[in-house]
Design a protein around this ligand. Structure first.
Ligand code: SDX
Length: 373
């Protein structure tokens, strides 16, 4: 065996092979650049591509979309649980519970065959939006709004949250974020899913674990943390002062930096014009100016560009979405990527079990408690 390599956080370590996405020269899903997918495709079509490896024919897309839309329902027992969970439970915890609960009512829950995993992935992608939207309505004292079967996931998310016909440009902006959040190689939550899959556990266990990982503010939770500071800054000048002081305190500015992208996250560039357009449409130009100044200062002071969460958080805010739904939206989309990685891991599996470098106590013998002082 080669000399063992150790890098804190596994930084730069190749921990496996994948054919699902590449981030070496920009981000590609199954070889297709996300710039083209964001411009020409839809979340449903990209979900098919990532899960199956090829863009669908018209017949395949219609069948897949039909499967998704038929699965957009929740057992009453789960709706009741979503009503009963205490009001102050964070929405990401509810998503984690929801993914696990969905396994209890999935007839194929224990079947880890590729076809069963694919079927379960479709049901999870179809049902997690209802977990989020139903929970939000119930915690707001409102009745749930069931999905419209003939509509897209993005359209239905806005519909189920508000019970009003969503604006087409809002639907498209949301759909583009769902496309961009689908997949990103061996990020922390995806690697979590692969570790669980490598033990030959099931998809619901892998997705539940991945949601736990994505909740962290160093990972998916950043799109909500962005709004913590953006919503408190009322001018570019105030923002400049705040961010310079934060950087002096060695604080991490949420929405900036990336373990892999050191010169810029291509997803952030794609979402920027959607932010600008929505900000103008919703009277949020001041927030865009604040965001622009913060980006300018972080680049000048630390040479660190924004990642996908910096524009995504603002875009969701301009859509009028509650802040604690932002990372759940990331969950809904990334469930596609997690599922594809579970399928890939189990298709050519090797238990993921790295070693650790021991840095603890020297070897020593047991001392009876009477002699321990
Ligand atoms: C996602 O991996 C993926 O692909 C994830 C993701 C996906 O699609 O799955 O892309 C989604 O998680 C995006 C990242 C969202 N997280 C945040 O926005 C949180 C803020 N960002 C940082 O915590 C940080 O940039 C990380 C965690 C994302 C990456 O950090 P690294 O690679 O561990 O880098 P580091 O912490 O070792 O920092 C290196 C230097 C340090 O400076 P020095 O101490 O050497 O002087 O860069 C600085 C850091 O202080 N730095 C930052 C910073 N990020 C790094 N300084 C200020 N603000 C930041 N955000």
């Amino acid at each position: 065996m080669n000399e063992a390599i150790y890098r804190p956080g596994l930084e730069g370590i190749i921990a496996g092979e994948t054919s699902i996405s590449s981030i070496a020269d920009g981000l590609r899903y199954r070889g297709y650049p996300i710039e083209q997918l964001a411009q020409y495709s839809t979340f449903e079509e990209v979900a098919y591509l990532v899960l199956h490896g090829e863009l669908p024919t018209r017949a395949q897309l219609d069948f897949f979309t039909g499967q998704l839309r038929q699965a957009m329902e929740l057992p009453q027992e789960i709706v009741s649980t979503l009503r009963d969970i205490p009001a102050d439970v964070p929405m990401m915890d509810v998503m984690r519970t929801g993914a696990s609960l969905l396994g209890h009512w999935d007839p194929q829950a224990q079947d880890i065959s590729a076809q069963a995993t694919l079927d379960k992935a479709v049901r999870l992608v179809a049902r997690l939006p209802l977990v989020m939207c139903y929970r939000h309505r119930l915690r707001s004292g409102q009745e749930v709004v069931p999905p419209e079967p003939g509509r897209s996931v993005a359209w239905n998310i806005l519909w189920m949250l508000r019970g009003q016909e969503p604006q087409p440009d809002h639907v498209r902006a949301l759909d583009v974020t769902l496309i961009l959040y689908v997949e990103h190689e061996f990020n922390a939550s995806t690697f979590t899913a692969r570790v669980v899959a490598s033990t030959l556990s099931d998809l619901h266990s892998a997705v539940t674990a991945a949601i736990g990982a994505l909740k962290g503010p160093l990972h998916g939770g950043a799109n909500e943390r962005v709004m913590d500071y953006l919503s408190k800054l009322s001018s570019a000048e105030e923002a400049e002062t705040w961010v310079k002081q934060a950087l002096e305190r060695k604080e991490r500015i949420m929405g900036f930096g990336h373990r892999v992208y050191r010169t810029g996250d291509p997803r952030a560039a794609i979402l920027a014009p959607y932010c600008e357009q929505l900000a103008r449409q919703t009277g949020n130009e001041a927030m865009e100016a604040v965001a622009g100044r913060i980006e300018q200062v972080v680049r000048e002071q630390k040479n660190i560009p924004p990642n996908v969460d910096y524009p995504a958080g603002r875009l969701y805010y301009y859509l009028g979405l509650p802040v604690d739904l932002y990372t759940p939206l990331f969950v809904i989309s990334r469930t596609v990527g997690w599922s594809a990685h579970v399928l890939e891991q189990q298709a050519a599996n090797r238990l993921i079990r790295p070693r650790a470098r021991y840095v603890g106590a020297e070897p020593r013998d047991y001392v009876p408690v009477e002699q321990r002082g």
